[in-house]
Design a binder for this molecule. Structure first.
Ligand SMILES: [Zn+2]
Length: 387
């Protein structure tokens, strides 16, 4: 135990002086070949309340080949502590989304994560199944109790980052609205490694790296309560280093630590622009949102196409194309919602468009401009972004 904690201390001291500077391998005491943490991003949750393109249209403003590591469900000393040692040996900083109940049982391990310089968000008190379906009082209690208990373990509520990951990513508008009202950032992810499934650690490595390679950057979702994750992590970090990836640490803005200045466009990664380039010039007030997750194939399509009927499209003939099982259907005529008129035929089970315009039944659709902020998986287009 001595050596890792000395190493940790060294990393803390080393990182204190170069919070947002480029860290070279030499900055990691005892490991000249360390992966290191290349920079720290300071985020304002009120400005970007929902991130992670597995579910949302925005993600962290990462550059190509930058990765943010996240660990859910802990702390569980048997695996969290070895994972901390692995991260410390590489001077890598991550974000841990802790379960309140676990923090109550293992408060010293919560402190160990914090003292190692990682960010600590929360992941509900009891990790209930179907989080998005919880009654409002239960949902808010799950969120608040976790924050309270992780804060108690740390002895200081301000040490808990205003970051929350919904258990099972089972989002609901009410959950996101509540978190937003509390100034808490809802973290989805950009790709999982399926390490909660009964797979081998080699498969965890494979999923983590292949999905990252497909996107080139992003937030990786892992679990620090799994033996397979512990076994996979050294290989993942070694490969990240070998392939030229850089680790980014994320912390929340405070009055003493202002946010990293970013452009809004940096929060929308290239893959969210989809197969369709942004159209020139906004048609009156309408946008389209996209796209499938290329790393996971067309069946992982999360978001909604909002397209304008053509030719001679009018605002009253906007339809929403809702991807379902790798296909889409014209689900609703927004115009018809506003004024009586013919509802367009449902053209279900058509392949997702790889290019536009799309002809469906007797209608042709072409995309409009910009991403829709639906904040949803597949089915929340009821308030399209009418600017
Ligand atoms: Zn979880």
């Amino acid at each position: 135990m001595r050596r890792p904690s000395l190493l940790l201390l060294g990393c803390l001291l080393a990182s204190a002086g170069l919070r947002s500077a480029q860290a070279s391998a030499a900055d990691c005491p005892g490991n000249p070949d360390a992966l290191g943490t290349s920079r720290t991003i300071v985020v304002d949750p009120t400005e970007h309340p929902r991130i992670g393109t597995m579910q949302y249209n925005e993600t962290l403003p990462l550059n190509d080949h930058e990765v943010v590591l996240t660990f859910d469900d802990g702390p569980l000393p048997a695996h969290t502590n070895p994972i901390l040692d692995i991260l410390a040996a590489q001077c890598v900083k991550a974000t841990f989304f802790m379960v309140g109940r676990m923090a109550q049982v293992y408060p010293q391990d919560v402190r160990r994560v914090y003292d190692a310089g990682h960010s600590i968000g929360t992941h509900s008190q009891n990790h209930p199944f179907r989080f998005g379906d919880l009654p409002p009082e239960r949902m808010t209690a799950e969120i608040e109790d976790a924050i309270t208990n992780v804060g108690n373990a740390l002895g200081d509520p301000t040490k808990v980052s205003p970051f929350f990951r919904i258990p099972g990513l089972r989002r609901a508008n009410a959950v996101e609205t509540y978190l937003g009202s509390r100034g808490i950032m809802t973290w989805s992810a950009d790709f999982p490694a399926d390490d909660w499934r009964h797979i081998t650690s080699a498969q965890v490595v494979h999923y983590a790296l292949s999905r990252l390679e497909a996107k080139g950057k992003g937030i990786l979702l892992l679990h620090d309560i799994q033996a397979r994750t512990q076994a996979a992590l050294p290989v993942i970090l070694r490969e990240l280093k070998a392939r030229g990836y850089r680790i980014v640490h994320v912390v929340a803005a405070t009055p003493a630590q202002p946010k990293t200045v970013t452009d809004p466009a940096q929060w929308i990664p290239h893959w969210m622009h989809g197969a369709v380039a942004r159209a020139k010039g906004p048609a009156p007030g309408f946008t389209f949102g996209a796209v499938e997750n290329p790393a996971r194939g067309p069946r992982s399509v999360r978001s909604v196409w909002l397209a304008q009927r053509a030719p001679r499209a009018r605002a009253s003939t906007i339809a929403v194309l809702m991807p379902a099982k790798g296909r889409f259907q014209i689900n609703r005529d927004i115009g018809a919602m506003r004024r009586p008129g013919p509802t367009p035929k449902t053209a279900a089970h058509r392949p997702l468009p790889g290019s536009w315009p799309v002809t469906a039944g007797d209608m042709t659709f072409r995309p409009l401009t910009g991403p829709v902020k639906t904040g949803s998986r597949t089915d929340q287009p009821a308030t399209p972004s009418v600017r």
